[in-house]
Design a protein around this ligand. Structure first.
Ligand code: SAM
Ligand code: SF4
Length: 328
């Protein structure tokens, strides 16, 4: 059975899971050249292989988070030295978004170090969404878990995307986070979907997970009633003081295999090369683009961590003959 046949959706998507761990593992384990050939072939069926969507991510509220995500600089459970700050002013956020637009970003993502937003914060959040939309940019928020009402409020404000990563497999999740359940993440994803907001959901490699955990994370995403429109694949940025700062490095070839598998399992989603790119060579990033990655975050920082920065990214895209969506 060719990959194409396996990636067609069944008539009734609730009848059978589109993907099983076994089928996904068989693709993942193909010879590298075959895996990348299949991924690039499917990628070309849905996307221009030489275009990259550029997003920008701003931390609108930093640190002091009550959750204990083992990778995170912003968790109040770890002594990471990060200085907490309160929610930014709306005008400041919109001014930052304007700068991002001038540097080619088409989507503006606003993240807050919350377990969930408080209802008293929602008015300012709505103003931020509307202020950034008025610039003609796509908007994305990542604020933690949402109630149904909060999801509806964000949809009514015109929010385009909501990011809420599952980060790893359901099996491994308790090793990463203990202050919430994997099911809590899926519940918020469902509420976001019910409210009519597009979903951005992916995960992190390098947490100490197994290859099967990585594959199972992608199978979970691909088997959602509707796969996420955006799938961020992060490489762990080790945060001194955080619980998971000493895990083993991710083999670059294995990382590219995960990108290719994400492409095969979710052929119509944007696959975003997200955190950790400062530790990736141009050659590794080029392989990720060939494997089907077609989105990156630009800007010097990614929440509280380093990111390659615009001039370095512009040079990389030029070297590879890739066009940013805004320029296309
Ligand atoms: N607080 C919100 C939440 O947890 O949903 C949003 C904060 S931030 C966008 C959350 C995501 O960034 C995490 O789900 C994780 O995938 C990624 N991330 C955070 N810290 C990271 C790190 N040190 N290395 C790699 N990815 C990281
Ligand atoms: Fe809090 Fe999000 Fe960091 Fe988890 S990833 S500790 S929820 S800011």
């Amino acid at each position: 059975m060719s990959v194409q046949e396996t990636t067609t959706k069944p008539a009734d998507p609730t009848a059978i899971p589109r993907w099983t761990l076994e089928r996904a593992r068989a693709l993942y384990g193909m010879p590298f050249n075959d895996l990348l050939f299949e991924a690039q072939t499917i990628h070309r069926a849905y996307f221009d292989p030489n275009r990259v969507q550029l997003s920008r991510l701003l931390n609108i509220k930093t640190g002091g988070c009550p959750e204990d995500c083992g990778y995170c600089s912003q968790s109040s459970h770890f002594a990471t030295g990060l200085k907490a700050s309160k929610l930014m002013e709306v005008e400041q956020v919109v001014a930052e978004a304007r700068k991002a637009k001038e540097s080619g970003a088409t989507r503006y993502c606003m993240g807050a170090a919350w377990r969930s937003p408080k209802d008293r914060d929602m008015a300012a959040i709505v103003d931020m969404v509307q202020g950034v939309k008025a610039l003609g940019m796509e908007t994305c928020m990542t604020l933690g878990m949402l109630s149904p009402d909060q999801a509806e409020t964000l949809a009514a404000a015109g929010l385009d995307y909501y990011n809420h990563n599952i980060d790893t497999s359901e099996r491994f999740y308790p090793e990463v986070v203990t202050t919430r359940r994997f099911a809590d993440r899926l519940e918020t994803l469902d509420r976001v979907r019910q409210a009519g907001i597009k979903v951005c959901c992916g995960g992190i490699l390098g947490l100490g997970e197994t290859v099967d955990d990585r594959i199972d994370m992608l199978v979970t995403l691909a088997n959602l009633p509707e796969p996420p429109e955006s799938v961020p694949i992060n490489m762990l940025i080790r945060i001194p003081g955080a619980k998971l700062a000493e895990t083993g490095a991710v083999d670059p070839i294995e990382f590219v295999r995960v990108v290719a598998l994400a492409r095969l399992l979710m052929p119509q989603s944007h696959v975003r090369l997200t955190a950790g790119r400062t530790a990736m060579s141009d050659e590794m990033q080029a392989l990720c683009f060939f494997a089907g990655a077609n989105s990156i975050f630009i800007g010097d920082t990614l929440l509280t961590a380093a990111n390659p920065g615009e001039s370095q990214d512009a040079k990389l895209l030029r070297r590879l003959g890739l066009t940013a969506d805004a320029d296309a």
